[in-house]
Design a binder for this molecule. Structure first.
Ligand SMILES: [Zn+2]
Length: 466
């Protein structure tokens, strides 16, 4: 029901002191605040140079992506060429196979013809044999009635024989030619097929390359996303630091004014006390000359007044002494419980500490409907803004009993305070919501005892306070 707050790169966010009711700041604490202010400035310039570095890294990654994109484009072109080659080879192979089939048919036709011719010759030979064995041709020739007929018969017989044999020889030659052609076409087919194997191998290689390059591209995109997220975090951090700087400036001014006021009051009080003492002395003198019984009652009144005056002078002097910090109530659990109030009505939907392998640096308070979010203590709003992770978020810097705290209120539906605004404990600062990385309406609330840091190591369980 809530978000994992991505590390909002919070480098030391130093809280500002302030003039609030519980403040016991001294001159020393003002110099402390000023030191913190310069620390913030130092951190701010560090963050700005980190942002520049992040920008450089993003540019570098983008450059790598552009290189890779042009490589991929080139590869795509090559792959298209390979694809074309495969198409052409496929067509050629099909055509060649067709040629081979045609040749096979033609050869078969010739073979049949030769077979028939041979049958015919055999038939003829058998018929000669039936009429007189091997001598039939001779008998035909010798049976001629005269020389003229003899010559005629002789030539006729040889013509028939020659014609038969010529025809067969011719057919055999044709068959041989066809077989040679078939062989060469088959060779061509085998060449084409080995070419196809090479091209297919190339295609496989290109596909592997494409896969690798796409994976690299994915990695680079993820790297860019991560860097951009980090950059956004740093920009957020820079903004928060700027807010803290403004808050601390305001706190210093308020503290100085408060001390001036205290000094003025102290001087006035001392003057009043001196006058009172003088007056009393005069009265005592006057009364002692009147009666001793009435002087007793006056002395009692005077003693009570002087003890009151000593208390008041002690409290005002403590504001200028360093002992003011220890003068604050001892941080017993009962005293601590008074510092912060529960910032919203609702039930505790998630506690402080480890969760889902990450650390939950605050607590979650959930409720439905329109729920007020209140400042947990007096303070100065150091940041009121929208964050992609926190959603509508408010940071308040507190300076309580000489100690600095930072509270964070996240996922609000609306914010009612702005940067640098002074707020009172219990004052409404916004409405509970479900903005940013949040799943369901709730308040994510953090208390940091001291400044923020990148590891949120000052985050404490707010439940110790309420
Ligand atoms: Zn939370």
């Amino acid at each position: 029901m809530k978000k994992s707050l991505i590390a909002l790169n919070m480098a030391v966010v130093v809280g500002a002191g302030s003039l609030f009711s519980a403040g016991f700041a001294s001159a020393e604490s003002i110099s402390e605040l000023k030191k913190k202010e310069s620390q913030i400035e130092e951190n701010r310039s560090k963050v700005h140079s980190n942002i520049k570095d992040a920008e450089k890294s993003i540019d570098h990654v983008k450059g790598k992506q552009a290189d890779l994109a042009s490589q991929l484009e080139k590869l795509e072109k090559q792959m298209k060429e390979t694809e074309n080659k495969i198409d052409k080879l496929t067509a050629k192979i099909a055509k060649t196979k067709e040629q081979i089939e045609t040749l096979k048919k033609e050869i078969k036709v010739l073979e049949d013809k030769i077979e028939k011719r041979n049958e015919l010759l055999k038939e003829r030979a058998r018929s000669y044999q039936a009429t007189g064995g091997n001598m039939n041709y001779l008998e035909v020739v010798l049976g001629a009635s005269d020389f003229g007929e003899f010559v005629e018969r002789l030539s006729a017989v040889s013509t028939i024989m020659d014609a038969d044999q010529d025809l067969i020889a011719e057919q055999e030659r044709d068959k041989k030619a066809l077989e040679d052609k078939k062989k060469s076409v088959e060779q061509k087919l085998s060449d084409l097929e080995s070419m196809m194997a090479e091209v297919k191998e190339m295609k496989a290689k290109q596909e592997q390359q494409k896969k690798e390059k796409n994976q690299l591209m994915k990695k680079l995109k993820a790297e860019q996303k991560k860097l951009e997220k980090e950059k956004i975090g740093m920009e957020e951090e820079a903004d928060i630091l700027a807010g803290q700087k403004a808050a601390i400036k305001k706190a210093i001014k308020q503290e100085e004014a408060r001390q001036a006021e205290i000094a003025k009051q102290k001087a006035a009080e001392e003057k009043r006390q001196a006058e009172l003492a003088k007056q009393r002395a005069a009265e005592a003198k006057k009364k002692s000359s009147q009666s001793s019984s009435s002087s007793k009652s006056t002395n009692a009144g005077s003693s009570s007044a002087s003890s009151k005056s000593s208390t008041s002078s002690k409290s005002s002097s403590s504001s200028t002494s360093s002992s003011s910090h220890t003068a604050a109530p001892a941080p017993s659990s009962s005293a601590a419980s008074g510092i912060f109030m529960k910032p919203a009505a609702g039930y505790f939907s998630s506690g402080f500490g480890g969760r889902w392998g990450t650390n939950h640096n605050g607590i979650d308070i959930a409720a439905s409907g329109s729920v007020s979010i209140m400042a947990a203590a007096d303070g100065v709003v150091s940041r009121s803004y929208f964050s992609s992770s926190y959603g509508n978020a408010i940071f308040i810097t507190h300076y309580i009993n000489g100690k600095q705290y930072t509270t964070v209120y996240a996922h609000l539906s609306s914010r009612m305070v702005s940067n640098g605004q002074t707020v009172k404990k219990g004052q409404q600062i916004g409405l509970m919501g479900n903005t940013g990385q949040s799943y369901g309406q709730h308040l994510h609330f953090e208390i940091h005892e001291g400044p923020w840091n990148i590891n949120k190591s000052n985050a404490v369980n707010p439940r110790k306070y309420f």
